[in-house]
Design a protein around this ligand. Structure first.
Ligand code: NAP
Length: 311
């Protein structure tokens, strides 16, 4: 039987509807809307697309959002100066620095930038103070993608407590915070990575399997226990016809989409998993829309905390 598809677009819309009243209440109380600064460095087309879509979503939800753009040739020092200005801005409650930064800034640039953010405005939850609070289960600003996944599981009535959750991927932005959030919700958690021995066998023990490795269709049916919940975080853009046709039969909806656009965004989970899993997030329309909804919620939370009398 085909898996139940977990619709992230619907859940994201529900979260955004719930936010609307709180955004309106904050705006009338503070005399201004919650504000988000989107920092974009360079001219990576995918980054442009992500930032524009965050800008649009913020506007639709009644938030103020501004794009702060620097050229690809910008120095790390000039980026840190911008961060300093935004840290001191009265109208910006949240700051998001779009990844990746230009390679010329150096391998350590991203962490240096996260370290420079005011933790109270770190709506991505990447500052070491917020990471530490997450470890201790007392964070307000938690990375958006893993938080969105917990919302999706809860609203889809998939039990977490007592479940064995396997997370494939140990990045700071997805894998590690995902594992921590599942642990805080009383799952038994196994974290896997590129050196894990016999990944399919470990994955097959999961009640909840989160694939966040960034390798198109890597997780095949033999990774999945029948009936398990599979969360596909990966997004890989395929432009090679042969690879697309290995995954999607000519004439299928996904193949038609490839024919129209000349490319196709696919997840880490192979389409055959739909026949084994109990529940599955589609790509697109699964995890992606949740990330933006949670960014807006984090911005509102940051705004409320900054404007609270004790701040
Ligand atoms: P990342 O920083 O590249 O981390 C990938 C992780 O996967 C690493 O921990 C790596 O292990 C592990 N890995 C790589 N190859 C593996 C293999 N063959 N077997 C087992 N583990 C393997 O990626 P990320 O930033 O976490 O993102 C992961 C994916 O999620 C990407 O496709 C990204 O585009 C997508 N993403 C989507 C959203 C969304 O909103 N939908 C948000 C964020 C990310 P090592 O640590 O051993 O290298």
């Amino acid at each position: 039987m085909a898996a139940r598809l977990l619709n992230g677009t619907d859940v994201a819309q529900a979260i955004r509807r719930e936010l609307a009243a709180d955004v309106a209440a904050f705006t009338s109380r503070a005399g201004r809307p919650p504000g988000l600064a989107l920092v974009l460095v360079g001219d990576n087309p995918a980054s442009h697309l992500y930032v524009t879509s965050k800008l649009k979503s913020a506007g639709e939800s009644g938030l103020r959002a501004d794009i702060e753009q620097l050229p690809a040739t910008a120095s790390l020092a000039s980026l840190l100066t911008l961060i300093d200005r935004l840290n001191r801005s009265d109208v910006h409650d949240g700051i998001l620095v779009q990844s990746p930064l230009p390679e010329a800034m150096g391998a350590a640039a991203e962490q240096q930038v996260f370290d420079a953010l005011d933790p109270a405005k770190d709506v991505d939850g990447f500052h070491p103070v917020n990471v530490g609070k997450l470890v201790q289960n007392r964070a307000t600003l938690v990375p958006c993608t893993p938080t969105g996944i917990i919302e999706l599981l809860d609203r889809s009535r998939i039990p977490i407590a007592g479940a064995h959750a396997v997370v494939i991927g140990r990045s700071n932005i997805v894998g590690k915070p995902m594992a921590l959030l599942l642990l805080h919700r009383h799952a038994t958690v196994t974290i896997c990575h590129s050196r894990t021995a016999d990944l399919p066998a470990i994955s097959r023990t999961a009640d909840i399997l989160v694939a966040a490795l960034g390798k198109a269709a890597f997780v095949t049916a033999d990774f999945v226990k029948p009936g398990a919940t599979v969360i596909d975080v990966g997004t890989t853009k395929l432009e090679d016809r042969a690879t697309v046709e290995r995954l999607f039969a000519p004439g299928s909806k996904r193949h038609q989409a490839f024919e129209r656009r000349g490319s196709l965004v696919v997840g880490d989970v192979h389409p055959e998993v739909e026949q084994v899993a109990g529940a599955l997030t589609p790509v697109p329309g699964g995890v992606g829309p949740l990330t933006i909804a949670l960014l807006l919620r984090n911005t509102l939370r940051a705004a409320e905390a900054r404007c609270a009398p004790s701040h």
